[in-house]
Design a protein around this ligand. Structure first.
Ligand code: ADP
Ligand code: MG
Length: 310
């Protein structure tokens, strides 16, 4: 294609809400045959709401939520925000900076003190809340701490997962204290976007750090057959590498810090404009409004601008 055609391509892109870093990106977009989609924040809104709290025997739901929210105030994860918002509906958003050491957090009437907060990327969070060593996150994290879920909590956990909810467990002082479920919504535009992408001959693959059941539920809702769940942030990039090793030309769409390496590794990285700066910096294209349908527009635009593959 001529430089003029490429410039027209990038200009038209901008009008549709696609920011293109360089003309090479359009050239690569034209060749894509596989599109890896992050689940949370890309296919779904990424705004989760708490749906239930189940305390272990001897605990109350209020206490489980209070301790969970105190700890999660230090995290920016959508699950953390849902828990904090449920505990303090009037506050709306957490305000504790994750980086600082000792913090004092007012929740309800009680003064809760959080120290030694640590975000465990793709797993959960840990810290000391009112002198208790607390960990929250996927059950695998509790396994690492040698804290098993008792059969009652395990049963509740599996039931909520089967409903398509995302479930996390909380433990302190060496005992599992409860589980908390959150649910997210699939974006209104996602199913149409997947239809457009498959219509262009691309195979969509859903990838997520979330568990198999909620991932399958979302995939079924939008029409994706291939799901890779339970992927740690560091391993998302390997999913892209593996697909490329199969000889595919791979696009990746994501929004999170945990997607950045995979976005950079893909033949074409597309970031949600509503996502993190890290994801945007790692990508070739930005979908300004966070509308997945625009990913299909980008591929269509590249084919139109540069002609069909010779
Ligand atoms: P995704 O790939 O869908 O964006 P993440 O990699 O961010 O998901 O998280 C994977 C899993 O790790 C979550 O489903 C949850 O079980 C757990 N997790 C991550 N961060 C937190 C947190 N702050 N609190 C509780 N659980 C968390
Ligand atoms: Mg995400």
């Amino acid at each position: 294609a001529t430089p003029l055609a490429l410039m027209m391509g990038t200009g038209t892109g901008a009008k549709r809400g696609i920011l293109i870093k360089d003309a090479d990106a359009l050239e690569r977009a034209r060749r894509i045959d596989t599109i890896v989609l992050d689940k949370t924040g890309t296919v779904t809104e990424g705004r989760m709401a708490l749906t239930s709290v189940v305390p272990a025997e001897g605990e109350t739901a209020d206490e489980v939520l209070r301790i969970a929210a105190a700890l999660e105030a230090g995290s920016e994860h959508p699950i953390a925000r849902a828990i904090v918002t449920a505990a303090r509906p009037e506050a709306g958003v957490p305000h504790n900076p994750a980086s600082s050491g000792a913090q004092t957090e007012v929740i309800g009437d009680s003064l809760t003190r959080v120290t030694d907060f640590r975000n465990l990327e793709g797993l959960g969070a840990q810290g000391v809340v009112d002198g208790r060593a607390v960990v929250i996150g996927r059950p695998r994290l509790l396994d690492d701490w040698a804290v098993p879920l008792d059969p009652q909590l395990r049963g509740e956990f599996d039931a909520a997962s089967a409903r398509g909810e995302t479930v996390v467990a909380i433990a302190w002082d060496g005992k599992a204290r409860g589980i908390l479920s959150v649910a997210d919504r699939v974006k209104d535009t996602s199913a149409e976007a997947v239809r457009a992408l498959t219509g262009l001959g691309l195979e969509p693959v859903l990838v997520t750090g979330d568990a198999e059941e909620p991932a399958r539920a979302v995939a079924a809702e939008v029409g994706i057959d291939r799901v890779i769940a339970g992927v740690l942030p560091a391993d998302k990039v390997d999913v892209v590498k593996r697909l490329r090793a199969e000889g595919r030309s791979v696009a990746m769409v994501g929004d999170g810090v945990n997607d950045a390496a995979a976005l950079a590794q893909a033949d074409l990285g597309m970031a949600m404009g509503t996502g993190t700066d890290v994801a945007i910096e790692a990508s070739d294209l930005t979908l300004v409004r966070g509308d997945l349908r625009v990913a299909a527009d980008a591929v269509r635009l590249s084919r139109k601008t540069l002609g069909v593959i010779r």
